[in-house]
Write a protein that binds this ligand. Structure first.
Ligand code: MN
Length: 201
């Protein structure tokens, strides 16, 4: 059985950038629903004894319900860990070096990532991924992600941004770009750096 991960911080911890009510509903209701629906969807199927990574890697052979809810579970589990209180700022070390050499500057990286999130039509995610030891910015629709065998651009996610309206509408209404701008204040670059090191070793 898949389970919703506990947050390492309070629902209030990301304020004022992400409000407590949004966090409470997003984690406690939306993510919980993906987990509940995933557990129901895998019952009696080939996915019943697969790990989440195995499910994502063979998603083309599985049902739409497993794709939507398995993706939703993975994406949100990552999302909670790459944010935190007393965060934001800029990355350091090897990750900073890779961002500067790939995108030109941290500012240019942020612009490209924000654009990927802002221009994703409807619901989806913006991603910073590692593919063949290189950083790539991409986005996916719905609850798809770059680990899925059906993804147009594949790789290992190290930073993900949920641009579904449920992630920002209570506080930002239709102003998705404002939400994306505020997101930079809560990015846990220490965690993203760990994921980068893991994906490039
Ligand atoms: Mn979400």
């Amino acid at each position: 059985m898949f389970e919703i991960p506990k947050l390492s911080y309070e629902y209030t911890a990301l304020e004022p950038h992400i409000d407590a009510k949004t966090m409470e509903i997003h984690h406690g209701k939306h993510h919980q629903a993906y987990v509940t629906n995933l557990n129901n969807a895998v019952k009696g199927t080939a996915a019943e004894n697969m790990s989440l990574m195995e499910i994502l890697g063979s998603i083309s052979k599985l049902t739409p319900a497993i794709r939507n809810n398995g993706g939703g579970h993975y994406n949100h589990s990552l999302f909670w860990t790459i944010m935190g209180p007393n965060a934001g700022g800029e990355p350091t070390g090897a990750l900073n070096d890779a961002i500067v050499s790939t995108f030109g500057s941290f500012t240019a990286f942020k612009e490209q990532f924000a654009s990927a999130g802002a221009t994703r039509f409807g619901s989806g995610w913006a991603w910073l991924i590692v593919h063949d030891n290189k950083l790539v910015i991409t986005s996916t629709p719905n609850q798809d992600n770059p680990l899925m065998d059906i993804a147009e651009v594949k790789g290992t996610p190290i930073l993900g941004l949920d641009v579904w309206e449920h992630a920002y509408y209570l506080h930002y209404q239709n102003r998705r770009p404002d939400y994306i701008g505020a997101f930079w204040n809560v990015v846990n670059w220490t965690k993203v750096s760990e994921l980068f090191a893991e994906a490039t070793k």
